[in-house]
Ligand binder design. Structure first.
Ligand code: SIN
Length: 283
């Protein structure tokens, strides 16, 4: 029995969690309950949790090893914490403002991402989440069975190759240092329909930032199918709009949700600290 209060959203996608003090640390029962809530609700958020860097790292390790976070310079002395920062006078689109599942181009992409709000603008700066479970479950069963035979091609090239770095304006970022690299041209195959390793639920697992093709399918056919799947997955009925407050910690499941950072706060600073939890190869 723990002191956790879990308030799920009406459709179960997303839940607010109260009754814990993350800075004080968690016991095994609390970690188990939080883990179950994260898998069940896909996006969980805990308001009013001021945390130092080492406390954020300790919270992250309650759920597994740190993930491998490339292409962005980490906080000095804390290689596992990225600062997602946009200055008040920044003109470039917010970091993460295309729909994606974090680092899906890796062979073992992170299971979780944890984002801790440090400076929140008075308006804008929401994060949108898309529910890959319900998007899969809403597909026509015959079409879904066909999709289950397909493998997709993922790559970091659009944002993180040298070419992508310039095209996306990352060379003009003020708040963050992006580190483009030729490795971004590498490709990784993943199943188009992914089975969640812990719950066994199936997810429509494609995203427009990193999914660049479909294995063994002609380019124009693959791009047409991907466009159709993105349109399906990003329908309003599958989206949750998350509003932030300072010191809120949010943790999402990259295996069952996509996310997308929003702008709308020009003239104000926004600062978040981000860690990831290592995952397994999608299957
Ligand atoms: C991210 O994609 O990790 C950033 C999300 C956000 O800043 O809202």
């Amino acid at each position: 029995m723990t002191s956790l209060t879990i308030t799920p959203h009406a459709n179960n996608f997303g839940a607010r969690i109260e009754g814990l003090d993350l800075a004080a640390g968690l016991n095994a029962d609390e970690v188990a309950e939080l883990r179950a809530a994260w898998i069940d609700h896909q996006v969980i958020y805990l308001p009013n949790q001021p945390l130092q860097h080492d406390q954020l790292e300790r919270f992250t390790r309650c759920f597994g090893e740190h993930g491998n976070d490339p292409y962005v310079k980490a906080i000095d002395g804390h290689q596992h914490i990225l600062e997602v920062r946009r200055e008040a006078d920044e003109e470039v689109a917010p970091f993460g403002s295309g729909w994606h599942s974090d680092w899906s181009f890796q062979s073992e992409p992170p299971a979780a991402t944890i984002l801790h709000a440090k400076v929140v603008p008075p308006h804008g700066g929401d994060t949108l989440y898309a529910d890959c479970f319900r998007a899969f479950e809403a597909l026509d069963p015959g079409f879904a069975a066909e999709l289950e035979t397909l493998m997709t091609v993922h790559s970091a090239r659009l944002p993180y190759s040298h070419e992508g770095y310039i095209k996306t304006g990352s060379d003009k970022r003020k708040g963050m240092k992006i580190l483009p690299n030729d490795n971004a041209w590498d490709t990784q195959l993943h199943p188009l329909i992914r089975t969640h390793p812990e719950s066994g639920r199936k997810a429509l697992w494609v995203n427009p930032v990193y999914t660049i093709g479909i294995d063994a399918m002609q380019e124009s056919e693959a791009q047409a199918l991907l466009a159709k799947l993105f349109e399906h997955l990003l329908q309003p009925e599958f989206i949750y709009t998350h509003h932030w407050s300072a010191d809120m910690l949010t943790m999402w499941d990259n295996r069952s949700a996509l996310h997308c950072a929003q702008g709308g706060y020009d003239g104000y600073q926004r600062i978040m600290h981000r860690t990831t939890v290592a995952g397994t190869a999608p299957a």
